[in-house]
Design a protein around this ligand. Structure first.
Ligand code: GLP
Length: 238
């Protein structure tokens, strides 16, 4: 059963999540961290930056990436991770990977990402947000519970939710490459964050509902080391 912590606001959540990360890195300076994008983890990254730890040996793997954005697009997850994580935290950019960034054929990018994670010794701590569809990473409803990193099609609802980061809905990519649910479950520890009423249903399903591919976040129930950090609104259906 996941440990659920209800906090006052995003800043308190960020402090708590960053303490989890700091503890892992304190034990292992070259820890492997799994980074989520989206707005949810931003307070965690800010709080971690405020701790001014030496994170130069930390290795990182992003959860997911859009397919089809022009190189250098500011909303590509590579650009977001560089801006919100690598630069403020002083990570070594060469040690931080994003799915599909190996320059090889896209069809093999999933397999090559899995290999890279395994060669790094696996992810020590994975930060997760959750989408309103219950998706984690970009594993939309219907994703196999054991899925590896692979190419997926985004649902209309997720494209609409993410349109706020783009000039128009038409600019939101239709495809992505994401770590699978199986990949996420192999991380040694998961920290899932969610804020606001819009996430309440997804949080309740993830924490208390049946484990089902209809609500991909529910796979966290299969993991022995999970902390769920939510505000009152996101916890309102628990
Ligand atoms: C995005 C990302 C997910 C993220 C989720 C929630 O589409 N691919 O990794 O957790 O949707 O986003 P937000 O944190 O902005 O609400």
């Amino acid at each position: 059963m996941a440990e659920v912590v209800i906090v006052r606001d995003e800043e308190e959540a960020g402090r708590l999540a960053s303490a989890q990360i700091a503890a892992v890195v304190g034990q292992k300076p070259d820890a492997v961290l799994g980074f989520a994008t989206g707005s949810t983890p931003l307070s965690t990254y800010r709080a971690l930056a405020e701790r001014r730890l030496d994170l130069s040996a930390v290795r990182g793997f992003a959860l997911d990436e859009y397919i089809g954005l022009p190189p250098g697009h500011p909303e590509s997850y590579r650009a977001v991770i560089t801006r919100e994580v690598v630069e403020p935290l002083g990570l070594d950019p060469d040690l931080v990977r994003v799915p599909g960034d190996d320059g090889g054929p896209l069809a093999q990018a999933g397999e090559s990402y899995e290999r890279a994670i395994a060669e790094a010794g696996g992810v020590d701590l994975q930060i997760l947000g959750i989408g309103r569809t219950g998706h984690i990473g970009f594993n939309e409803p219907g994703s196999s519970l054991a899925s590896p990193t692979r190419i997926k099609t985004l649902t209309e609802r997720t494209r609409l939710d993410n349109a706020r980061f783009f000039d128009s809905l038409d600019d939101v990519p239709r495809h992505c490459i994401t770590q699978g649910l199986g990949t996420i479950l192999r991380a040694r520890r998961l920290v899932l964050l969610a804020f606001g009423e819009a996430k309440a249903e997804a949080v309740a399903g993830a924490v208390e509902g049946p484990v089902t591919s209809s609500l991909p976040g529910s796979v966290i129930q299969l993991h022995p080391e999970v902390m769920v950090i939510v505000d009152e609104a996101a916890a309102s259906r628990l």
